[in-house]
Every structure is written in structure tokens, then in C-alpha cells.
Design a protein around this ligand. Structure first.
Ligand SMILES: Nc1ncnc2c1ncn2[C@@H]1O[C@H](COP(=O)(O)OP(=O)(O)OP(=O)(O)O)[C@@H](O)[C@H]1O
Ligand SMILES: [Mg+2]
Length: 311
């Protein structure tokens, strides 16, 4: 049995289909990436899992129990890192952690010990006595994560924990997520950044317009494109006739040209590369560079929706 099982979950806000009948599950100890552009329905999904918003329809089961009927189990087991930073700017980092710790029912020596442990994990021990408003954006994000870890949750949901922060804090957060996962903690990780999701997550759900448009391991998702590859070419000149010819090749699924640079999404790398190079050699343009790679989740999204993941 999966730790979390979601079936036909739905939430509409008036005429907005924020979450439109999605189903997925999360296995114990996995990191599930929830990927999607602005307004895809990620935060609404998370709010329902965290029992903050009630679903219009569908079910969410945590350890087999319906969380609407029995919210206690998930509430006690879950650490939620909200998209909007939930800290008191006029209090110190320590006071914020004390506040959240007490909210989770911790106090006395136990609270002190947990705060010490968490501060170390998020790397803010030195700054605990400073007011949060003096923290950098990245430090605030880290403290926001720390607040969700105080009660030693076995299940953590992070809603865009790396938005708008410096690379150092971002790396620190990514390392924290990996360290948590290595302790068999189950994590849902939400992001716009497909590179993060690609490196961190065991499984990925890509959402758009309230629906899941692709799901599985990264390899499963990219091979749903037909086990494809990407070819990147740079030519000595722009050649419209050649582009037309390349786009018409049976191996080529999609071609986008940006002047003399061509990006081709294709099937089998070897067959496609031979056919493309053959066509180029017969054209009046010469080849300046050529590269093949596996398609990224970004490409998958582009293929499925015709749009980029980030605007
Ligand atoms: N409380 C609400 N009232 C009305 N509409 C809402 C509410 N919450 C979300 N929405 C709408 O539902 C849709 C999904 O929003 P949601 O916040 O879940 O998306 P998201 O994937 O988290 O986006 P982002 O990447 O911008 O955080 C959007 O169109 C949003 O405007
Ligand atoms: Mg959101």
C-alpha cells in the first residue's frame, strides 16, 4: 500500500478548475516531484493533502485512511513548507522556531533539542538570535523549512521551497531534501524548476490546468515521447528549404529553428542523427556543431502543451 493515495481529486473555485480529477500515489520513502507552471493546481492539491482545503470530490488516503474522515493521522505526520513564507519578521529565528514547535505540542527540553537539531540541518545556528526581517530571502526560506521539521515528520510537503533565492541557499535546500529522503522520509516536492525535480525526485507528476498530463519516473515520462532524443545543430546559414526537408523526415517529431540553430525532437537517436546529417550534407549549408541528448522534462512539457514550463 502506498503511503498516500489520491483518487479523482477535484477542487473548483467558481469557474476555475484548480484541480480537475487527478489521481496519483506516493510510496513510503520516495520523493515525488510535482511540476507545473503558474496556476497548474499544485498548491491547491497540496492544501487538500494538508487538510487545509476540503476537496469537492475524490479521495485522499493516508496509510489507507480517508483524510477527510480522519484528518488526525496526516496532520500529526506531516510537515508542510508553505509557498508563502510563514514567519514573524519581528521575532528572532529562535522565537519563530519556538512558536512553531509549541504549535506542534513540543516544549521544554524536547523543544530545545529539536530546535538545535533543526537549526543545524538548515544551517542557521549562527543567526538564531537575529530578527527574521534581517535574514536574506534564502535564509528565510531555510527557516520556513526548519519550522516544518520540528516535530520530526515522516512525510514532508515542500511547496516551491527554492523560489527567488541565491544559489548557495538553493544548494543547501536541495542537500537538505536529499538528506531527509535518505532517512526514509517521504517527500512531495513542488517546483517550476524542472532541473531540480529531475535531480531530486524518484517519480514526477506534471500538472497543467488542474490535470496531470504526465506521470512516472523521469525515464518513463521521457520515453512516453517515444524513447526519443534531442538533436541540436548549428548551421553556417539559415536554410528554410533544409528546415522543411528535416521537419518532413519520418524520424523527426518536432523541429524548432532559431536562425541557424536547430533543435529537433526525434525518435531513435542513431537513425535520426544519420537521416538529419545526410540531409544537411546534401544542402548548401555546412554543419558548425552537432549534439544529441536525451529529452528533458522541459521538452516533454513543451511537447505535451506547446508551452514552456516557465514563463
Ligand atoms: N482560494 C482561491 N480562490 C479562487 N481561486 C483560486 C484559489 N486558490 C487557487 N485559485 C486558482 O486556482 C488555480 C490553481 O492555483 P494554484 O495556486 O493551485 O496553482 P499553482 O500550481 O500552485 O501555481 P503557482 O506555481 O503560481 O504557485 C489558479 O487559477 C488560481 O488562481
Ligand atoms: Mg503554488
Amino acid at each position: 500500500m502506498a503511503l498516500l493515495e489520491i483518487e479523482k481529486l477535484r477542487k473548483y473555485f467558481k469557474n476555475i478548475k484548480a484541480v480537475d480529477g487527478i489521481s496519483f500515489s506516493v510510496e513510503q520513502g520516495d520523493i515525488l516531484g510535482l511540476l507545473g507552471p503558474n496556476g497548474a493546481g499544485k498548491s491547491t492539491t497540496i492544501s487538500m493533502i494538508a487538510t487545509l482545503v476540503s476537496p469537492d470530490d475524490g479521495t485522499i488516503r493516508f496509510k489507507g485512511e480517508d483524510i477527510v474522515k480522519n484528518p488526525k493521522a496526516i496532520q500529526q505526520s506531516l510537515g508542510l513548507v508553505p509557498q508563502e513564507i510563514a514567519l514573524y519578521p519581528n521575532l528572532t529565528g529562535l522565537e519563530n522556531l519556538q512558536f512553531w514547535g509549541r504549535a506542534y505540542g513540543l516544549n521544554g527540553k524536547e523543544l530545545k533539542k529539536r530546535i538545535e537539531g533543526v537549526s543545524e540541518v538548515i544551517g542557521i545556528t549562527e543567526r538564531l538570535k537575529d530578527r527574521v526581517k534581517k535574514y536574506s530571502g534564502g535564509m528565510q526560506r531555510r527557516l520556513n523549512i526548519g519550522a516544518a521539521l520540528l516535530h520530526n515528520p515522516e512525510f514532508i510537503i515542500m511547496d516551491e521551497p527554492t523560489v527567488g533565492i541565491d544559489p548557495q541557499s538553493r544548494n543547501h535546500i536541495l542537500d537538505t531534501v536529499k538528506a531527509l529522503a535518505s532517512q526514509n522520509i517521504t517527500i512531495i516536492y513542488t517546483s517550476h524548476y524542472m532541473e531540480e525535480v529531475e535531480t531530486l525526485c524518484d517519480r514526477v507528476c506534471i500538472m497543467d490546468g488542474g490535470k496531470i498530463i504526465a506521470a512516472g519516473t523521469k525515464d518513463e515520462i521521457t520515453s512516453s515521447l517515444g524513447g526519443g532524443c534531442e538533436l541540436c545543430l548549428r548551421l553556417s546559414k539559415t536554410d528554410a528549404a533544409l528546415c522543411e526537408k528535416l521537419a518532413a523526415l519520418p524520424e523527426v517529431k518536432k523541429l524548432s529553428a532559431d536562425g541557424d540553430a536547430l533543435l529537433i525532437t526525434a525518435g531513435d537517436a542513431d537513425t535520426a542523427a544519420r537521416a538529419v546529417l545526410d540531409a544537411v550534407s546534401k544542402s548548401s549549408a555546412s554543419l558548425l556543431s552537432f549534439d544529441t541528448k536525451k529529452p528533458s522534462l522541459e521538452t516533454v512539457f513543451l511537447n505535451l502543451t506547446g508551452r514552456a514550463l516557465r514563463d
